[in-house]
Design a protein around this ligand. Structure first.
Ligand SMILES: *Cc1c(COP(=O)(O)O)cnc(C)c1O
Length: 432
């Protein structure tokens, strides 16, 4: 049967999104216009920054080729480190596919910089879940920082979820390393903008000029025109299957900062004496270069998807953090789902609207490193890549779904509409 010609299709046939959801989406589109213009400006600036770094460091066709074995003299790897450092505004960087995750990158940096008898202070309250076992706050402590005699303290956030500057000033005295988490992680506190990071750094260094300030930069890269190094941080750390891998890097992580500190981390990354000089890149260089090149644009798409999510979910009666119009320091939108059923329906719907494994049903499971069961929707090209549209949620109060990613805006937006459709069909959505 011939299709009837429609000059103005709203969505592709076959998605079958409820009319009232589409109406809410159209309203959300209008709400987003101004924010999108800002996002595009930041993406353009960051894109130029990346291009300039590629040119300045003479990235060559040879750089894209990999190495095997020990990887001595891997020009592609070493040039990528320099390009990445320039983009982050840092003196030096280690960018490696064999850093297995963000948690691993953070662990390398912490063990690289801290020694027995030293103390680490988290300035932004409880760190991300997986760091608890690294620090030795939960579990067996075996192999943790605590196991090596490294102390830990944290400065709780204020009731509004803001850094407590007065207490930071007190607690950093006598500490070796101050730890700042830029992103909200699995919590409802606001993410930190780079200027908010600058304020914390100022307080910490004011009280203790020698303190090393380390920033967990996961989900923050390219959200703004500058990175936390510009705010005075000494070292920043993140994952390549989040923002700076651009959705192209297949795995990996990075550590960027001052020459001296990055060198120290390199001895923990491989071995004392060997450091950064070994570690073959296999065939990963090209993907890491290309991912970094695309990252500002990919992050813009993720930010648009995040902004749209906050706009439409708020409209439909679900409180979001950040709320529409609030400042963003990361790509996450936390949606307060109120009930387990809502949460599960939403995540299942996101999965249904994913490019890979759309036919699979996510179930809550005991994910390693996490305290409660977690449900994750991630129909991603790279397993677990949360720069791709993903929604994860620990099944605990306040039943928040943490939504992030979206390689392209069209697909990220439709993924969210599929999630709403699933909620509607499971009677988890009231429409008027
Ligand atoms: C994702 C994330 C981590 C850990 O990264 P993994 O790659 O999941 O190990 C740490 N901190 C924050 C804020 C994160 O978002």
């Amino acid at each position: 049967m011939a299709e009837i010609f429609d000059p103005k299709p709203v969505t592709v046939k076959g998605f079958e999104i409820e009319e009232r959801i589409l109406k809410a989406a159209a309203k959300a589109d209008d709400m987003c216009e101004e924010a999108f213009r800002e996002i595009d400006k930041v993406a353009r600036y960051n894109g130029e920054k990346v291009l300039k770094a590629f040119i300045d460091h003479k990235v060559s066709d040879g750089c894209l080729k990999g190495s095997a074995g020990y990887g001595y003299g891997d020009e592609g790897r070493d040039t990528l480190d320099a390009v990445f450092a320039q983009v982050m505004g840092a003196e030096d960087a280690l960018v490696r596919h064999n850093i297995v995750s963000g948690t691993h990158a953070l662990t390398i940096a912490l063990f690289g910089l801290l020694r027995t008898g030293d103390k680490m202070v988290s300035l932004t309250g409880a760190p991300y879940d997986t760091l608890e076992e690294v620090i030795g706050l939960r579990g067996s402590k075996n192999g943790s920082l605590a196991d090596y005699g490294i102390g830990y303290e944290q400065v709780e956030l204020t009731p509004e979820g803001k850094p407590n500057v007065a207490e930071i000033f007190q607690k950093v005295k006598g500490a070796k390393l101050a730890y700042i988490q830029r992103s909200r992680g699995y919590s409802l506190r606001p993410s930190l903008t780079v200027s908010a990071v600058a304020e914390i750094v100022k307080a910490a260094k004011g009280a203790n000029p020698d303190i090393i300030v380390m920033v967990d930069n996961c989900y923050g890269e390219f959200v703004e025109k500058t990175e936390p190094i510009a705010a005075g941080a000494d070292i920043i750390v993140g994952s390549l299957i989040k923002n700076p891998g651009g959705g192209i890097a297949e795995t990996g992580g990075y550590i960027a900062g001052s020459k001296k500190l990055v060198e120290q981390c390199s001895y923990r990354l491989t071995c004392p004496g060997v450091g950064r000089e070994a570690g073959c890149s296999l065939d990963q260089n090209k993907r890491m270069y290309q991912g970094l090149f695309l990252a500002p644009e990919t992050v813009a798409n993720a930010l648009k998807t995040a902004t749209f999510t906050a706009a439409i979910m708020t409209q439909l009666g679900f409180e979001c953090r950040p709320a529409p119009g609030e400042a963003r320091g990361d790509i996450i939108t936390a949606v307060l789902m109120k009930k387990t059923d809502n949460l599960i329906a939403f995540c299942k719907g996101v999965q249904k609207g994913s490019p890979v494994d759309s036919f699979v049903t996510p179930e809550p499971w005991d994910m390693p490193g996490y305290d409660s069961k977690v449900i994750m929707a991630a129909g991603a090209f790279n397993n677990g890549a949360s720069i791709e549209l993903s929604a994860d949620a620990p099944l605990r109060e306040p039943y928040a779904a943490y939504v992030q990613g979206g390689l392209t805006y069209a697909t990220g937006r439709m993924g969210i509409l599929c999630a709403l459709q699933e909620m509607f069909e499971k009677r988890c959505l009231k429409l008027f």
